[in-house]
Design a protein around this ligand. Structure first.
Ligand code: ADP
Ligand code: TMP
Ligand code: ASP
Length: 239
């Protein structure tokens, strides 16, 4: 497999073509952004940790029969993935009240939800990723009802698998954001699963161990990402 031209540079990753039209290389950057790119900084080693953490989660999910785009790790910052036709939706699953849900309902963070909540956002930075529902996706030709049913079921299953796994490691999965795409007619999980795209709280202390440390200027961002890696793998990672 040969890495070819840069196809896309996003806020957190670069995507490259390969000599195989069905495969891409994803490279994780150290850039951190929030509020649709308005806040920007660089966090040393974040890309390496997110690459490794995402690879770990994709491999774990595969053991539970949740298929993703992940093929293999290529280097500290790069993974090989299946090329997907991305569905332009951010699929958020929530277990506890936090972030924009806390704001929308005027609730305090940390309230457990009686059942997981699935939300959809239209992936469009210029519009600020507005909240949508499945009817928008059907009506605008962005996804079929069968595809929405497939990724909603998969998102809930992923949430269940990861919540249980993390609970055993003293972590609460507060919420997570997933992206899906189509490969050979099948809906597959794509993008990343990392502290950039999930909320992880220490189950005992409630300490935030994710990108909220950056969003809310809490400090210790790199340390939090390293702690997630340590809880998952039992290994420490010194950059
Ligand atoms: P953003 O576009 O939000 O700034 P990133 O910096 O994470 O995000 O860029 C990665 C881009 O690659 C995202 O737009 C994401 O939807 C897309 N992507 C993720 N996985 C795949 C895949 N397997 N095939 C094609 N595109 C993908
Ligand atoms: P929210 O509470 O800000 O809506 O975020 C819900 C989850 O989605 C949280 O785990 C962070 C993640 N997320 C992203 O991955 N990208 C985004 O652009 C936003 C706004 C949230
Ligand atoms: N990912 C979004 C951004 O980069 C927002 C966020 O994660 O808070 O601006």
């Amino acid at each position: 497999m040969e890495k070819k031209q840069l196809l896309y540079e996003g806020k957190a990753k670069r995507v490259y073509a390969t000599d195989d039209p069905g495969l891409l290389v994803v490279e994780y950057k150290d850039d951190a952004t929030a509020f649709n790119g308005l806040k920007h900084d660089r966090i040393a080693g974040k890309g390496i940790l997110n690459n490794k953490i995402s690879a770990f989660f994709f491999a774990l999910l595969a053991e539970y029969g949740c298929e993703s785009h992940f093929v293999k790790l290529l280097s500290e910052r790069e993974m090989l993935v299946k090329k997907l036709e991305m569905i332009p939706a951010e699929v958020v699953v929530r277990n506890l009240v936090a972030g924009s849900l806390a704001k929308r309902f005027g609730l305090k963070e940390g309230k457990p939800l009686a059942r997981p909540v699935v939300e959809l956002y239209y992936k469009n930075d210029a519009l600020g990723d507005p909240m949508i529902n499945e009817y928008h996706l059907y009506a605008l030709g962005m996804a079929t009802p069968a595809q929405v049913e497939a990724f909603t079921g998969e998102a809930l299953r992923i949430n269940q698998v990861l919540s249980g796994f993390l609970r055993e490691r003293g972590l609460l999965l507060v919420d997570l954001k997933l992206e899906f795409g189509v490969h050979n007619g099948k809906v597959l999980l794509g993008d990343e699963i990392s502290p950039d795209t999930c909320r992880f709280w220490d189950a005992k202390t409630g300490e935030k161990l994710d990108k909220d440390r950056f969003r809310q200027d809490l400090g210790g961002v790199e340390e939090a990402y390293r702690e997630i890696y340590r809880r998952l793998t039992g290994e420490t990672y010194d950059i």
